[in-house]
Design a protein. Structure first.
Length: 116
């Protein structure tokens, strides 16, 4: 059974940092692309960042470019999202997504709250 488990969310002041983790299990993810999405209260889920499982390519939403960094540790089957210079508008539930080979998996989400 495929599982994506996010962790690392919490409450942080504006300007602070958090690192989210997404631990993947249940299959080999070497041919998958890993994304982070977020959903703020009352808003639609939006794309945040993407990385190929090999870690050679990454893409970011304009709203987080220069502040967030996505990375992967293949040995640990884990994808990270380092979030720096956090803003109140970054407050959301952050979700990990793995997709490839016609399959699409989601984690349960981790809440990030940025206070002003």
């Amino acid at each position: 059974q495929v599982q994506l488990v996010e962790s690392g969310g919490g409450l942080v002041q504006a300007g602070g940092s958090l690192r989210l983790s997404c631990a993947a299990s249940g299959r080999t993810f070497s041919s998958y692309t890993m994304d982070w999405f977020r959903q703020a209260p009352g808003k639609e889920r939006e794309f945040v960042a993407r990385i190929s499982w090999s870690g050679t390519r990454s893409v970011y939403a304009d709203s987080v470019k220069g502040r967030f960094t996505i990375s992967s540790d293949n040995a640990k089957n884990t994808v990270y999202l380092q979030m720096n210079s956090l803003k109140p508008e970054d407050t959301a539930v952050y979700y990990c997504n793995a997709h490839g080979q016609g399959m699409d998996y989601w984690g349960q989400g981790t809440l990030v709250t940025v206070s002003s």
